[in-house]
Design a protein around this ligand. Structure first.
Ligand SMILES: Nc1ncnc2c1ncn2[C@@H]1O[C@H](COP(=O)(O)OP(=O)(O)O)[C@@H](O)[C@H]1O
Ligand SMILES: [Mg+2]
Length: 303
């Protein structure tokens, strides 16, 4: 197979691992900087150009779209979809998961357990917004934040009001969420490929923090997940239309709850902690799906 890895960071651990495993299995894999691609969008021709070449020869695409480049990144993925190239995650799935509020709305509507969540644009009733999640302490998040940046815990009603007003004053889209204090700064990361959880780990926040993100100094360890957590991860990934995802689950006293579903989950922490070969699982999955796509190419394109 010929595989395109859409990424702006060719030397990241995740990319190196996927390139290694793909080549080991006899595939040709190319890292394509999607920010340097250009698109031809006409009724007669849909193509993508990169470094003077038309990218019309790939059997499969692995999108690794950075949070800062969702708009153009998903446009490139959409163009591959229009060209009928198999994409590991769809442009629609990536768009849905990037916006935390949109993803939580979808998950809540489908009955998934999530921490109570509220959102507003204006500050005309901050008190009412705080009450949607049962008052302080609460967590305030930027709707498009990642790696724990823009996730704030406020312990009092007064502090919550100030931070909400500050974010809104900066014209940021935010959501507020019930703080799951009983989790003690820990959550689970489940790595989903297709309809399987191929690896999982627990993450624990550094002392003095409540965010478990590795980028914020969180530590990781092996963990046994329950059947319910496994099923939640698979189902939530499917609900957002993703074939590969990293699902964050927090253990609350009411049971496991989904915090978010990431469409470009990193491989480093999860491979080293779980001991699983996640990169190989991804390549094997693409082999199965891209071959099937070649055989019967009738799937509706959603834009
Ligand atoms: N409602 C919450 N209650 C307790 N901890 C939370 C809550 N929401 C987020 N966290 C902690 O903050 C981390 C980052 O939040 P998350 O929503 O995953 O944003 P990001 O996209 O920045 O990773 C989570 O991994 C978790 O440790
Ligand atoms: Mg997260």
């Amino acid at each position: 197979m010929k595989i395109a890895l859409l990424s702006i960071g060719p030397n990241s651990y995740s990319n190196r691992r996927m390139v290694f495993e793909a080549e080991k299995r006899g595939h040709a894999i190319e890292v394509v900087n999607y920010l340097r691609c250009y698109l031809k969008v006409t009724p007669n021709e849909s193509s993508i150009y990169y470094e003077g070449r038309a990218l019309d020869y790939f059997d499969a695409v692995i999108p690794r779209i950075g949070a800062s480049y969702t708009f153009f990144g998903t446009a490139v993925v959409r163009q591959f979809e229009i060209m009928r190239t198999f994409c590991l995650n769809s442009s629609l799935g990536i768009t849905r998961s990037r916006d935390k509020l949109r993803a939580l709305q979808t998950l809540a509507r489908k009955g998934f357990m999530i921490p109570d969540t509220g959102s507003s644009h204006s500050t005309n009733d901050v008190g009412g917004l705080i009450d949607t999640v049962g008052g302080a302490p609460l967590v305030i998040k930027l709707v498009e934040g990642t790696q724990g940046l823009g996730v704030v815990l406020t312990k009092t009603r007064k502090a919550s009001e100030s931070v909400i007003q500050a974010f809104c004053g900066l014209k940021s889209d935010i959501l507020v969420q019930d703080f799951i204090g009983e989790a003690g700064g820990a959550d689970l990361r489940l790595f989903v490929v297709g309809d399987k959880v191929v690896a999982s780990m627990q993450r624990k926040a550094a002392k003095g923090d409540f965010r478990s993100n590795v980028h914020r100094g969180g530590s990781t360890q092996k963990i046994k997940i329950t059947e319910k957590e496994r099923q939640m991860a698979i189902d939530s990934s499917k609900a957002l239309g993703l074939q590969i995802s990293g699902v964050d689950i927090i253990r609350s006293k009411k049971g496991p709850m989904i915090l978010e579903v990431n469409s470009s989950p990193g491989l480093e922490g999860i491979e080293s902690t779980s001991g699983e070969n996640v990169a190989e699982a991804i390549i094997r999955y693409i082999e199965r799906k891209a071959a099937r796509r070649k055989r019967r190419d009738e799937k509706e394109i959603q834009t």
